[in-house]
Each structure stands twice: as structure tokens, then as C-alpha cells.
Write a protein that binds this ligand. Structure first.
Ligand code: C2E
Ligand code: MG
Ligand code: MG
Ligand code: MG
Length: 292
């Protein structure tokens, strides 16, 4: 009987493995034409200044709606795109679409201070990246400081020298740079200080464990303090509760992003969100401070 189970287990493994491989192949094949087919889109998630609740940025997050597979999560297709090199064309598409949207928001007076776009390792290896971004900013009339590029901690650590060089090149262009998912990798302080960074994004896995009795608060407070010593701003990702936001504000974290404020929104909904937000901010600014 044990033998039978083993055999079944083995067969199950094979079936599961082949299902996964075929899904991966499906994704790879259809990702090639996803951009041209108009299946890719960007969602935008607001970034909030904790001191006054103002929206200071939007992070662009890629979405893929596959005609048969439906919504494929970025955690799945970005990995395939990185493996196959398809991240180069779709990553450029995302950068351009984000800048185009920012230009549109700018002309309707809705633009937040910055737009953040995720960059992956392959893109940083592209020797034409900086020049291409420079042209892009010019084309859409975006101030370089209004573009923030997010590079994950593991990307930053994976290939030391080239990534440092590329980031210095990008910094000379005037764009803003942040380390995404900070705290999940093994960045050493000396390594971090080589990068011309503006901000650390504290990973959601830490934020999730705040204010729930797990005693993770000292770790996050230490990250924020360390960032301060390195002259870096901090933004917390995945903030869902008032208690998390209150704690982050108290320890000096300047900004937050998460479901507490808004989920990532499709462009049209993000535009509505910005419209409502700006009206509310203007009403608050115009109100008598004694009434507050
Ligand atoms: P990320 O850059 O760290 O983005 C944050 C992720 O956390 C997003 O997942 C967002 O939807 C999610 N999130 C934000 N707030 C909350 C919250 O309060 N609770 C929970 N549970 N989740 C929250 P998403 O959109 O699925 O993206 C996953 C990852 O895919 C991103 O992580 C990023 O690494 C990658 N990605 C997305 N778009 C792009 C892109 O255009 N280029 C590249 N290279 N990578 C991208
Ligand atoms: Mg990000
Ligand atoms: Mg992140
Ligand atoms: Mg993340």
C-alpha cells in the first residue's frame, strides 16, 4: 500500500509539474504579443504623506488581462518576463505609459509630485536605459525629479557594480531612486551607501506585523532611524490599518502606501481619486485652522 501511495504521489507530482510548465509556456508565448494586443495596463496606487495625508505620489503597477487565462498576477508574469528578457519591451512600455499618464495629469492640474515605476535587473543592464529615459522625460515634458525608479533590494544586491554604475548614471539625469521591498534582502550598510538613493520602501512583510502584538515595532523603528542617518526618506508599503499608520508616523516614517488609503486603481479611477483628493486638500487648506 505504501508503494501504491508513493506511486500516486509521483504521478501527482508529474501532472502538477507538467501543468505548471505548460502554464509557464502559455504565459511566455502570449506575453510576447500582450503589449501590442493592448492586454497590458497600469494601475496606480497613491502614496501618502503621513504628516498631513496629502497624496505625494502614485506607483504604477503593471496588470495583464489575458484573453483566456484572465488576470495573470505580476508576481507570475514579471518573473517569466525577467527570465525571457521580455521585461525589456514591456518594461519600456510601462515607463512610457506612466510618463504619458503623468503628462496627462499635469495638463489637467491633477499631477501628484511624483510617479514611481518599478525597474528590474535586466532593464538596469540595458546600456541604453538612461538615454532612453532622458528622451522619454523630454517627450512628455516630465521634470526628471518627478520620476521615481524603484529597484528591489535583491536586484540592487545581485550584481553590485553594474547596478551601482547604472543608478549613478540615472541619478545624474535627476530622477529619484528608491530601494523597494527593503528588509527582505541582505543589503549591508556599506553597500547601501554606494547607491545614490532618495528613499527606502519598507517591505510589506514588516508593516503587516506592526501593531498586532508580534513585537516587530523595534525592527521597523531601527530601519527608519538607520535610513535617517543615511539621509534617506522612508515609505512604508502595505499599510492597512490606522494603528500601523499611527505607529509609522510616531517613529518618523514620512510616507505610506497601502489599502488603508487605496488599492491600486485603473487609470480612470485613479484620475477620479486624484480629482476628489485635490478638492479635499484645497478645502482643508482654505478652512480656518481654528476649526480643525
Ligand atoms: P511592489 O513594487 O513591491 O508593489 C507593491 C505590491 O503590494 C503590489 O502588488 C500592490 O498591489 C501590493 N499592495 C499594496 N498595498 C497593499 C496592501 O495594503 N495590502 C496588500 N496585501 N498588498 C498591497 P502587485 O501589483 O501584485 O505587484 C507585485 C510586484 O510585481 C511589485 O511589487 C513589483 O515588484 C512587480 N511589478 C509590478 N509592476 C511592475 C512593472 O511595471 N515592472 C516591474 N519590473 N515590476 C513590476
Ligand atoms: Mg514597487
Ligand atoms: Mg515593494
Ligand atoms: Mg513588494
Amino acid at each position: 500500500e505504501a508503494k501504491e501511495r508513493g506511486k500516486n504521489g509521483y504521478m501527482f507530482f508529474n501532472a502538477e509539474l507538467s501543468r505548471r510548465l505548460s502554464r509557464k509556456l502559455d504565459i511566455e508565448t502570449s506575453l510576447r504579443r500582450a503589449a501590442e494586443a493592448g492586454e497590458l495596463s497600469l494601475f496606480y496606487q497613491p502614496q501618502i504623506r503621513l504628516s498631513d495625508g496629502c497624496c505625494i505620489g502614485m506607483e504604477a503597477l503593471m496588470r495583464w488581462s489575458h484573453p483566456v487565462l484572465g488576470q495573470v498576477p505580476p508576481s507570475e508574469f514579471i518573473a517569466v518576463a525577467e527570465e525571457t528578457g521580455l521585461i525589456l519591451p514591456i518594461g519600456r512600455w510601462a515607463l512610457e505609459e506612466a510618463c504619458r499618464q503623468m503628462g496627462e495629469w499635469r495638463s489637467s492640474g491633477l499631477a501628484p509630485r511624483r510617479i514611481a515605476v518599478n525597474l528590474s535587473l535586466r532593464q538596469l543592464h540595458d546600456p541604453h536605459l538612461t538615454e532612453w529615459i532622458s528622451n522619454l522625460l523630454e517627450r512628455y515634458g516630465i521634470d526628471p525629479g518627478a520620476l521615481e525608479l524603484e529597484v528591489t533590494e535583491s536586484t540592487a544586491m545581485s550584481d553590485g557594480d553594474l547596478v551601482v554604475l547604472r543608478m549613478r548614471e540615472l541619478k545624474r539625469l535627476g530622477v529619484s531612486l528608491s530601494i523597494d521591498d527593503f528588509g527582505t534582502g541582505y543589503a549591508s550598510l556599506s553597500h547601501l551607501s554606494q547607491f545614490p538613493l532618495d528613499r527606502l520602501k519598507i517591505d510589506r512583510s514588516f508593516v503587516r506585523e506592526l501593531a498586532v502584538g508580534l513585537n516587530r515595532e523595534p525592527i521597523v523603528a531601527a530601519i527608519v532611524a538607520m535610513a535617517g542617518h543615511l539621509q534617506l526618506e522612508t515609505i512604508a508599503e502595505g499599510v492597512e490599518s490606522d494603528a500601523q499608520a499611527d505607529f509609522l508616523r510616531m517613529i518618523g516614517c514620512k510616507e505610506a502606501q497601502g489599502h488603508k488609503y487605496s488599492q491600486p486603481l485603473p487609470a480612470e479611477a485613479a484620475t477620479e481619486w486624484l480629482t476628489a483628493r485635490i478638492a479635499a486638500e484645497q478645502a482643508a487648506a482654505g478652512a480656518d485652522p481654528m476649526d480643525a
